[in-house]
Design a protein around this ligand. Structure first.
Ligand code: AMP
Ligand code: ZN
Length: 124
């Protein structure tokens, strides 16, 4: 149990990745936030940014999560450049959070896709 007493879902694949029960290629980690390379990348750079706390999707986010989400968003520019995205405006990246079935969400732990690098991409 973390000092922050974060809720983990024992059946969630991303909670298992955070707990290092499933290996991943780590991009970033702090007490509240984890980032790792997508196993099935759409673009030359494709990593996932997730809260360590298990939230199923953006649909569960409320104003009480504002500070956490703010910290996550503020990390994106730095991590994107570190991982090889080219500088704005010629470069840039795509930031996506699929939410629910109609939003195309497959893993039910809130995550932000960060995709970038030279085109063409495999998808997207
Ligand atoms: P979404 O459709 O937004 O729920 O996307 C889930 C993403 O998680 C997909 O892009 C998958 O490739 C990725 N993914 C699933 N399992 C793993 C894993 N074990 N390690 C890294 N990425 C994964
Ligand atoms: Zn989870």
């Amino acid at each position: 149990m973390s000092a922050l007493n974060l809720y983990h879902d024992p059946d969630c694949i991303f909670c298992k990745i955070i707990a290092k029960k499933i290996p991943s290629r780590v991009v970033y980690e702090d007490e509240e936030i984890f980032a790792f390379h997508d196993i099935n990348p759409w673009a030359p750079v494709h990593f996932l940014l997730i809260p360590k706390m298990h939230l199923s999707s953006m649909a569960q986010v409320g104003t009480e999560h504002g500070a956490l989400l703010g910290r996550m968003m503020a990390l994106v520019p730095k991590l994107a450049l570190e991982q090889g995205c080219n500088p704005y405006p010629e470069g840039g990246y795509r930031l996506v959070s699929n939410t629910g079935r109609e939003g195309g969400q497959e893993v039910q732990h809130l995550h932000f896709h960060v995709m970038g690098g030279p085109r063409p991409w495999l998808r997207g």
